[in-house]
Design a protein around this ligand. Structure first.
Ligand SMILES: [Zn+2]
Length: 118
């Protein structure tokens, strides 16, 4: 993350947590099933290579990439209602920490997290 001068607002952080949790409830299990199917499919491909398996794995990867894009475009910043990573961000939208449009923290900033006793 770049060194932004961002605003900390508990309401925005709590709203973001609720949005990410709702998204995870809706798409978490299908994503895990797709990743498991991909692992099984890659093993199948290594054991018995076939054109069908290759096409099926390619389709699975496309669906997983589409799901990541969907998370980027549907998880919007609670403060400004825009995708927090920008429209061309990579990775999952749930991983964003700061909104690049309004500079509000979406997660507890690292310095405000309680230190864990070792
Ligand atoms: Zn924002």
């Amino acid at each position: 993350m770049k060194n932004y001068r961002a605003t900390v607002d508990k309401r925005v952080i709590e709203a973001w947590d609720a949005k990410v949790a709702a998204f995870e409830r809706k798409y978490g299990r299908p994503r895990r099933v797709l990743v498991a199917a991909l692992v099984v499919g890659v093993c199948w491909l290594l054991y018995a290579p076939s054109a069908f398996a290759l096409v099926a794995m390619f389709a699975l990867v496309c669906v997983l990439i589409a799901l990541q894009g969907h998370s980027q475009l549907s998880l919007l910043c609670p403060n400004c209602n825009r995708p927090p990573g920008g429209y061309l961000a990579r990775g999952s939208g749930a991983d964003e920490e700061v909104c690049v449009h309004c500079y509000y923290w979406l997660r507890e900033p690292p310095w405000s997290r309680p230190k864990q006793d070792a």
